[in-house]
Design a binder for this molecule. Structure first.
Ligand code: AP5
Length: 207
């Protein structure tokens, strides 16, 4: 299955994409992770993307569409994938229609007031992409999966988070109607425990 995860920053797209990808044995394609790697490696794409990401805005459509088009050519995408964080604008969604056939779009819905607390407590592993919340780390500072030191993302500062929420509502939320009109949308309540959200997404994918 070719799947899109849609939802505001902090909704749990990355957390759930990792779990569903492991369950279905398909790759997680996170444009945010790809851009963060490009920035760390100082590639031309990374240098272009950095100022937009630091400000909490969106990277220009042409940059991101090229990255995704290339990634979807890889052999590991042949049996399906989860797009986590793409598309994020109507032009990106329209471009994707010329690149791939999408089977299902899962919207993970969480009220804005919950998102800020989630994001400010998030810690991530830049090596393997695992995501944690400080409330579940019990003082630990390294990744359970690979042992790397966990960090707080640069764009998880409160002022940047507000800009990301504004960008989501202005540019990405219209995709809910875009995919509903195509009969592909399943909306999941993301404001529950991680295991409940996981079970609800699996159920929606089976349907
Ligand atoms: P990206 O990395 O995609 O960030 P995002 O969409 O803002 O999403 P997040 O990673 O913040 O949240 P998430 O939904 O994955 O939540 P998570 O699972 O981590 O993009 C970053 C930037 O890159 C963008 O701002 C933009 O500049 C650029 N970019 C990327 N793609 C682009 C595109 N297509 N076009 C243009 N620009 C692009 O969970 C968050 C926290 O909550 C964690 O601590 C987690 O442990 C916790 N949590 C998760 N689930 C639950 C739960 N059920 N209950 C309680 N806590 C939970």
């Amino acid at each position: 299955m070719n799947i899109i995860f849609l939802g505001p920053p902090g909704a749990g797209k990355g957390t759930q994409a990792q779990k569903i990808c492991a369950a279905l044995n398909i790759p997680q394609i996170s444009t945010g992770d790809m851009l963060r790697r490009a920035i760390a490696e100082k590639t031309p794409t990374g240098l272009k993307a950095k100022s937009y990401m630091d400000a909490g805005g969106l990277v220009p459509d042409d940059v991101i569409i090229d990255i995704v088009r290339d990634r979807l050519q890889a052999d590991d995408c042949a049996q399906g994938y989860i797009l986590d964080g793409f598309p994020r604008t109507v032009p990106q969604a329209e471009a994707l229609e010329g690149i791939a056939q999408i089977d299902k779009v899962v919207e993970i819905a969480v009220p804005d007031e919950k998102l800020v607390a989630r994001i400010s407590g998030r810690r991530v592993c830049l090596k393997c992409g695992a995501t944690y919340h400080v409330s579940m780390l019990d003082g630990k500072t390294t990744c359970d999966a690979c042992g790397e030191t966990l960090i707080q993302r640069d764009d998880d500062k409160p002022e940047t988070v507000q800009n990301r929420l504004v960008a989501y509502h202005a540019k990405t939320a219209p995709l809910v109607d875009f995919y509903r009109a195509r009969g592909k949308l399943a909306t999941i309540d993301g404001d529950g425990g991680m295991e409940k959200v996981f079970a609800d997404i699996l159920e929606a994918l089976k349907a």
